[in-house]
Design a protein around this ligand. Structure first.
Ligand code: PLP
Length: 401
């Protein structure tokens, strides 16, 4: 059985201070020191000169976007709003990469006007961008998003090597080179995204190596030297008890010769990795308050004022086949040491549905009404990925602490 830890402070704040800051409401707390620490670890492990982009989809909270983009070289965006957020955070347009299927004409127009790099997902999109470029009198900057011909077992979410709505396939390439002859398209580089939430160093290395091979094999067709080579990211974080954290120094060591090959072959190109959850996921804790305790058929329920409407992923995404617990802690109203008698608990939210389950079959210390429950690994795909209006409760707060 997994354990609920006692954690007396989050980001240095006690339960009472967290409560005061969030005005008594459920909230996400993102720890600045952890984010800065993660950036420092990446810089130390990865090759010098490598550029890092933040994928805003992981967490679009604007103050967090500012914190990250003030320290990283670029931004990976997938909507007009994310693009504007990155521009507002001060990222130069040429360091923004705009990916995603079904880009709307108005989004593409804004991006081309600003000089944002468009990661093209289809031939139709390329043609549309050329027309927008003609209309604006300014060529569209185009990165070819390639759907790689490989798939990786190590990634929890695979985005290559299979039929997908993302990217250009190898059989599109003859048409791609033809369309790229349009002077209103400026070939800017390559974007390859093979998957997410990978905890295998060797799978990451294999994906990166195959991506570098692919880029080198296509180079003779490039109409001009690429400015950007974006190899995706996919670095995972340990959400569940059996997950082992990535050995980041090993990932960096494996990547070094590949990075050297690319920077040697394409000296004028910025080589990028784009990361979301690895930068912010472990820095976040979702905190709600215990409002009731009850026993039903011999099972002790801890009822909180939060729930799946605020943090869908922690509840199991509307019903996983095997439900797994995110790391959970109790932040007691009065600070106390770890240990003491343990009990078994179910932790549930405020919604009127049995799937509003935040912690299943957990063992924990005494938990009282008024204590706070913290769910870790809440910095990515939390608030913005949740059905916030489901059952019409208030939305959670967000704070950087
Ligand atoms: C194209 C692309 N880039 C970046 C990401 C960010 O992934 P992660 O948060 O796992 O780093 C995703 C996630 O789906 C993606 O699709």
């Amino acid at each position: 059985m997994e354990q609920i830890e006692i954690c007396n402070r989050i980001g240095g704040l006690t339960a009472r201070e967290l409560d005061a800051l969030s005005a008594g409401a459920p909230a996400y707390f993102y720890e600045r020191a952890k984010i800065n620490g993660r950036i420092a670890e990446l810089r130390a492990a990865l090759p010098e000169g490598l550029k890092l982009a933040y994928s805003l989809k992981a967490n679009p909270f604007q103050p967090l976007v500012h914190l990250l983009l003030g320290q990283l070289e670029g931004a990976d965006v997938t909507s007009y709003a994310e693009m504007v957020s990155a521009l507002n955070a001060g990222v130069a347009a040429q360091d923004i990469m705009f990916a995603g299927p079904a880009k709307k004409p108005a989004e593409m127009r804004a991006a081309v006007a600003m000089g944002v790099g468009m990661c093209v997902e289809s031939l139709r999109e390329m043609r549309a961008l050329a027309e927008i470029g003609r209309d604006l009198g300014r060529p569209a900057r185009v990165l070819l998003r390639l759907n790689p011909e490989f798939t990786l077992k190590g990634a929890a979410m695979r985005m290559g090597g299979a039929p997908t709505q993302f990217g250009l396939n190898s059989d599109d390439l003859p048409a791609v080179w033809e369309i790229l002859a349009d002077p209103m398209l400026q070939f800017t580089g390559i974007h390859i995204y093979w998957g997410s939430q990978c905890l295998s160093e060797s799978a990451i290395e294999e994906a990166q190596a195959t991506s570098v091979d692919l880029i080198e094999s296509l180079a003779p067709h490039f109409p001009r030297a690429p400015e950007i080579l974006n190899l995706g990211g996919g670095f995972g974080i340990p959400y569940f008890a059996k997950d082992t954290p990535l050995d980041l120094p090993l990932v960096g060591q494996n990547f070094r010769p590949l990075h050297a090959r690319l920077s040697g072959g394409f000296p004028q190109a910025d080589i990028y990795l784009e990361l979301g959850r690895y930068l912010v996921g472990e820095a976040g804790t979702y905190v709600s308050t215990v409002v009731d305790r009850k026993i039903s058929h011999g099972v002790e329920f801890i009822v909180t004022d939060g729930g799946m409407h605020h943090f869908l992923a922690a509840s199991g995404n509307l019903g996983q086949k095997i439900r797994r617990n995110y790391p959970i802690c109790v932040i007691p109203t009065e600070e106390r040491p770890s240990g003491g008698d343990m009990q078994d608990y179910q932790i549930v939210g405020a919604l009127c549905t049995p799937i509003d389950l935040l912690g299943h079959r957990l063992s924990g210390p005494g938990i009282e009404v008024g204590d706070k429950i913290g769910i870790r690994c809440a910095g990515a795909y939390g608030k913005s990925s949740s059905p916030l209006d489901f059952l019409s409760h208030p939305h959670p707060g967000e704070f950087i602490v």
